[in-house]
Design a protein around this ligand. Sequence first.
Ligand SMILES: Cc1cc2nc3c(=O)[nH]c(=O)nc-3n(C[C@H](O)[C@H](O)[C@H](O)COP(=O)(O)OP(=O)(O)OC[C@H]3O[C@@H](n4cnc5c(N)ncnc54)[C@H](O)[C@@H]3O)c2cc1C
Length: 461
Amino acid sequence: MSARPSALPIAVIGAGFSGTMAAIRLLDSLPHDRPVLLCERSASFGRGLAYGTGDMGHFLNLRASNMSAFPDRPRHFEQWLARNALDLPPEMASGIRVTPAGTFASRALYGRYLSEILTETVTGSGPPRLQLVNDAVTDLAPGPGSFSLRTEGGLRLPVAGAVLAMGNLAGTGEPHSSHRADLWSPETIGRLQPELPVLIVGTGLTMIDAVVSLRRRGFAGPVVALSRRGLLPSPHTPTEALPMPNLSAADLRSLSALTRRIRAATRASGEDWRSVIDSLRPITDYIWRSLTVAERGRFLRHLRPFWDVHRHRSAPPAAAAIAEDIAAGTLSVRAGRILSIKDEPSRAVVTLRPRGASEPERLTVQCILDATGIGRVSETSDPLLRRLIDRGLVRPGPFGLGLDVDTDFRARGQSLGGPLWTIGPLMRGALWECIAVPDIRNQAADLAAGIAAELARAQAA
Ligand SMILES: Cc1cc2nc3c(=O)[nH]c(=O)nc-3n(C[C@H](O)[C@H](O)[C@H](O)COP(=O)(O)OP(=O)(O)OC[C@H]3O[C@@H](n4cnc5c(N)ncnc54)[C@H](O)[C@@H]3O)c2cc1C
């Protein structure tokens, strides 16, 4: 009797943390005759944007104790660090810092941890089921119950369905300037003059990385960091684990009621606000989904910058470096918005309106780094997403932040071809907490179990 032909693979597009963990969990959950393709356009698998940095001064913004890749082995990363710490060369060992707020590691070390997990999976025992495709996926052309996956390099591979794990999308880069450089590609920054300022647009965690990188490459000149409100992320401090606040329907009636309730919880507990924000984490998505669309819109317009600086905290070593830079007067953090940029041959003249000022101000800078973070699906120029949107296979979700997805990770759109699922930052809007490791690791396990169940049902039908 001949063996049953292998089932068509499931493709995972993007091999950052989300795609890598989704692929690993799929191998655990799917039957052995179902291969998995993990597709990545950059040279390194398992790192993605966050953990692909080689700069040891770029720290994880969560304690090492919160960064295990596996929800059922919560100390996995801490133990990996402890095992490896002694063998690291001094430069890499500087990427582990023990502070009163906990142990923090550099993101480059975390990237190494993830690559090792992936290598163990690829070289593990049994017939190979994970195929790595090092190419940019440009299309998923629908066929009967499947897709033809197409890549920039000209590959065409039939797949039963795909997981979109393409991570944070690039912003639009507006307003345009020929002096904009990509802070994740240091070679685009070029040689810097010592006196002329560098402008960083954004004052969050990415700005902190940018300043750390500029200083490490020897630039000691002035840096101006600008955002609408000029808010800096709060640093981690030691926190107490508090029980979840008991929110009532009345608390969730409006954003104002909810904000009052959380402020009251902070006062009543007498604890640091960080502990109160942390205690909300298991129910943050429930709260997000409970708010009406109008209230979620109000949150994005008015409260999000405050939420972000309280929720996404900086690692103590990074926070200390930034505080020193501000105290020395070499970094100035400004509130305001850019009105226009006029390019000159070796500099850009930026016209900005400082927050609360009636008159605009001019700032001459040599380089502009975009640290505003995340682009919107509705504005993306990503070729794969644009094609999927144009065919109606996926559509922008709430506020265009991510894709429109069901609670079972299925992208909503026309049901042509095979199923499409999503994980990670592309779910933002449908979920609120889907961009950090502690959330994505759970979602990867749930997603894989859901895909396995769906394919089994389809096969049985
Ligand atoms: C600078 C930074 C620091 C962060 N620090 C932390 C932290 O300390 N702790 C934490 O929990 N979270 C952190 N995060 C949050 C981070 O979003 C998640 O932890 C996680 O890394 C997200 O992974 P991802 O795979 O979804 O996205 P990404 O890391 O963006 O990976 C997506 C991958 O998809 C690939 N790709 C995209 N399109 C295609 C295509 N068409 N074909 C093939 N490949 C494609 C990209 O090349 C990329 O490698 C940080 C985020 C950033 C940006």
